[in-house]
Design a protein around this ligand. Structure first.
Ligand code: ADP
Ligand code: MG
Length: 210
């Protein structure tokens, strides 16, 4: 089984739509109450772009998605998710033509490249209470499992578990990046909205195995 690029984007959009109110409520506690609406606006536009025309390679699908997210999300998360998908596209750009799906080993490698791009862009480290806290454990799990004989399903299962543990672990942390950092220690005791949406991104990848 392989990760289907368009199915991933569509599954992420559906999960964001389902959890938009929750994401906004989390952002209301430690930010400005717009993460759910930001992400819903961006992912709705990304799906509309796919409906309009679905590119013939995974790299082009991710690039198109990145451009739409950068243009439509606004807020800190727009350029960060945009960078994630843009780097995925770059990492897969030399793959076989007309390939809209990615095998698990290449997926793990591209996911790492995408994470590195988000870190370079946002300068957040693990433990800063950001989306990195869900994405980094997922990248580790993908790499670790992809080098074993585990099935792609088992690899994605491990990545989802890792991302969700990372998300949950943001609750006691004090935010050191983004808007929540303005609250200082008052940000502790709340789950990070971006780590929550990032865990949905990993869950969507598991749903996109074909
Ligand atoms: P804004 O903070 O501009 O309102 P959003 O509410 O859409 O943007 O997104 C907030 C989320 O973005 C945070 O919960 C956090 O996970 C993530 N975030 C903010 N700054 C950074 C950063 N420098 N690096 C990584 N993630 C970040
Ligand atoms: Mg916000």
């Amino acid at each position: 089984m392989r990760v289907d690029a368009a199915a991933w984007i569509r599954a992420f959009a559906a999960l964001i739509d389902e959890h938009a109110d929750e994401l906004t409520a989390l952002d209301a506690a430690i930010g400005d109450a717009d993460h759910g609406t930001n992400m819903r606006r961006g992912m709705t536009a990304a799906v509309a772009a796919l409906d309009d025309s679905t590119p013939a390679t995974a790299a082009e699908i991710y690039k198109q998605t990145a451009m739409v997210l950068i243009r439509t999300i606004g807020g800190a998360s727009g350029p960060l998710y945009g960078t994630f998908f843009l780097r995925l596209a770059t990492a897969l750009a030399n793959g076989p033509e007309l390939e809209t799906t990615t095998g698990i080993t290449d997926f793990a490698r591209a996911f790492r490249t995408a994470l590195d791009g988000v870190i370079a862009r946002g300068k957040a480290e693990p433990g800063d209470k950001t989306m990195i806290d869900a994405l980094a454990p997922a990248a580790d799990a993908l790499e670790k499992q992809a080098s074993t004989a585990d099935t792609p399903q088992a690899v994605l299962d491990a990545a989802v578990t890792a991302a969700e543990s990372g998300r949950d672990a943001t609750t006691p942390l004090t935010a050191r990046k983004g808007r929540a950092s303005y609250l200082g220690e008052r940000s502790a005791g709340h789950q990070d909205p971006g780590a929550t949406s990032a865990a949905l991104l990993v869950r969507a990848a598991r749903q996109a195995l074909r």
